[in-house]
Design a protein around this ligand. Structure first.
Ligand code: FES
Ligand code: FES
Length: 210
């Protein structure tokens, strides 16, 4: 067993080591980088978007995703960031009428485009029919995926109306129908951690029927 003096020494050693680490962490970065060339500022570009019918002009770091441009620069936080890797669909918006994962595309690639977010679909007093159907059929629980689900659902019914085929059609040349299987297949990129899928399908069926 260690003598009390040894214990005292090791405790002091630990404290000294901790203080040294803290000093290192607290050292300002410029001091560490002395003598190095200053970092090049990130390249920026002007970007013009029409968001929910309103013309917006931004100057953005060219690496800014459309999702971050909407949320962080235009403060349209209805569009959600789930995975930020194109895997959950929470960030779905419509660009030129087509749905897109806004986390997977750069804002500068959409210069001049029309973007519709959940804020542009309806208002609390005048809901879009798909928003009203989600409320009626309880198509959400926590609601985090819901803006993306609704944007996707609106786009899916439009795709079906326009005759765009999907993997579950037996005959790719036939006009697609808004069947439960068809809608589930087309909505498969929108993940709901609360598992509201059946109710979302019911909401879509109602709007499709209407
Ligand atoms: Fe874009 Fe998940 S946040 S797909
Ligand atoms: Fe919670 Fe879909 S309602 S994740």
């Amino acid at each position: 067993m260690a003598e009390p003096s040894e214990l005292e020494l090791s405790r002091r050693g630990v404290l000294t080591g901790g203080a040294a680490t803290a000093a290192l962490v607290a050292t300002p970065l410029p001091a560490l980088a002395q003598g190095q060339a200053p970092a090049t500022p990130a390249p920026t570009m002007p970007v013009r978007l029409t968001v929910n019918g309103t013309a917006r002009e931004l100057t953005l770091d060219t690496r800014t995703t459309l999702l971050d441009a909407l949320r962080e620069h235009l403060h349209l936080t209805g569009t959600k960031k789930g995975c930020d890797h194109g895997q959950c669909g929470a960030c779905t918006v419509m660009v030129e009428g087509k749905r897109i994962n806004s986390c997977l595309t750069l804002a500068v690639m959409h210069d001049g485009d029309r973007v519709t977010t959940i804020e542009g679909l309806g208002t609390p007093d005048k809901l879009h029919p798909m928003q009203a159907a989600f409320v009626k059929h309880d198509g959400y629980q926590c609601g985090y995926c819901t803006p993306g689900q609704i944007c996707s659902a609106v786009a899916v019914l439009d795709e079906i109306r326009r005759g765009i085929p999907s993997h579950v059609q037996a005959d790719l040349t036939a006009k697609p129908l808004a069947t439960n299987m068809e809608m589930r297949e087309r909505m498969s990129g929108n993940i709901c951690r609360c598992g509201a899928y059946s109710n979302i399908a019911d909401a879509m069926a109602e709007v499709a029927g209407a």
